[in-house]
Each structure stands twice: as structure tokens, then as C-alpha cells.
Design a protein around this ligand. Structure first.
Ligand code: SF4
Ligand code: SF4
Length: 184
């Protein structure tokens, strides 16, 4: 796919902004492709992980933030461990996800994933850890079409004590809440 790059984009501070937010210097990447070669979900992505890094290097904000790739990334960290230049690609994906949500440009095709992402973080913010039942309740309430998906395994998980109706808050949950507030 051909992408036009404007002078404005080339001169933009996108890479600098990403570095300020995450400490990740994308300029270190020399496009060897090792990250992409090891990525277990690359076959589903619209752009390969090294292409996402290229977008950031070139100031292509729209392409990076609206990509499906940043949501399909499973944060497995294979890419980060393979990178000869120690570029933290998995963490970069996370920063791009947050920027996409802040700017309201997250790819609409990945609505299920973005909703799950928010429900996951809301649970951590509220309880200091994941409360599977309440996290899934929020997710399924916001994505009603998924309400009956996997419904048959719910009772089995409950019987095995893997899905508790009562959230188990951690002791330091106020500290977790403060971290969320600080890095909002
Ligand atoms: S492995 Fe590292 S240097 Fe190679 S393309 Fe990926 S990010 Fe760039
Ligand atoms: S962290 Fe994401 S981009 Fe990196 S290898 Fe895993 S799934 Fe692929």
C-alpha cells in the first residue's frame, strides 16, 4: 500500500512526543524486521510492527493511531526481546493505544478490544487488580452482542473457584488509584 507523506508530517514532533511519554526512542530502529518476524499475531495485523515504528519515525500519526495493529498486539514482548537495538516495541504499542483513545481515533473495527481494554483498566483502578466477574460484566454490558459468548463456561469457572462474584481488592488499592490519577 502506498502512503503519501507530507512535509508537515515529516517535520512533526510525533516521535518526540512518543519519547517524552514513554522514553522509547524510535530513531534507534534500523528496520531490520526481527520484531515482525517473531510476532505471533502479525498475520492478522494491518501493518507489521516494524511498519508501525516507521510511521512514528516519519510522523505518520494518523496511520499509527488508527491502525488495527496496536489493538491486535498481545503484549507478549517477543518483539522487544528480539530487537537488536533494544526498542521497546510492546510498550510503544501501549502508548499508541492510549494516544488513540485520548484522541478518539481508535480503529472502530476493534471496538470489542478497546472496550475490553477500558474494562480491564477500570477494574485495576477500582480494585487494584482484575476482578474477572466485574470486568466481564462491564465489557458485556457495553458490547451486548458478546453477552452470550462463552456463557456456558461461566458456571464451570465459578464451581472451580476461578470466577468470584466478590472482588478481592488489594491492600494498596489507594496507591494504585493515585498512580492512575498521576499518569492520566
Ligand atoms: S527489531 Fe528493532 S531494529 Fe529491528 S525493525 Fe524491529 S524495532 Fe527496528
Ligand atoms: S508484543 Fe505485540 S507486536 Fe510484539 S511480538 Fe507480541 S504481539 Fe507482536
Amino acid at each position: 500500500m502506498k502512503i503519501k507523506i507530507t512535509t508537515k508530517e515529516l517535520k512533526s514532533d510525533f516521535a518526540k512526543e512518543v519519547k517524552e511519554r514513554s522514553g522509547i526512542d524510535v530513531k534507534k530502529c534500523y528496520q531490520c524486521g526481527k520484531c515482525t518476524a517473531g510476532c505471533p499475531v502479525a498475520y492478522e495485523m494491518d501493518y507489521m510492527p516494524n511498519q508501525i515504528i516507521r510511521f512514528v519515525q516519519l510522523g505518520l500519526r494518523h496511520e499509527a493511531l488508527t491502525s488495527r495493529t496496536i489493538w491486535l498486539c498481545a503484549s507478549c514482548i517477543t518483539c522487544s526481546t528480539r530487537c537488536p537495538k533494544e526498542v521497546k516495541i510492546a510498550e510503544l504499542m501501549d502508548v499508541l493505544r492510549e494516544m488513540a483513545l485520548e484522541e478518539g481515533v481508535a480503529n472502530p473495527k476493534e471496538k470489542n478490544i478497546t472496550t475490553f481494554h477500558k474494562a480491564f483498566l477500570n477494574s485495576v483502578k477500582k480494585h487494584g487488580r482484575i476482578s474477572e466477574f466485574w470486568m466481564l460484566s462491564e465489557y458485556k454490558r457495553k458490547r451486548p452482542k458478546t453477552a452470550l459468548q462463552d456463557i456456558e463456561i461461566g458456571p464451570q469457572l465459578m464451581l472451580k473457584g476461578k470466577l468470584s462474584l466478590t472482588p478481592h481488592d488489594i491492600k494498596g488499592k489507594k496507591s494504585i488509584k493515585r498512580i492512575f490519577e498521576k499518569f492520566k
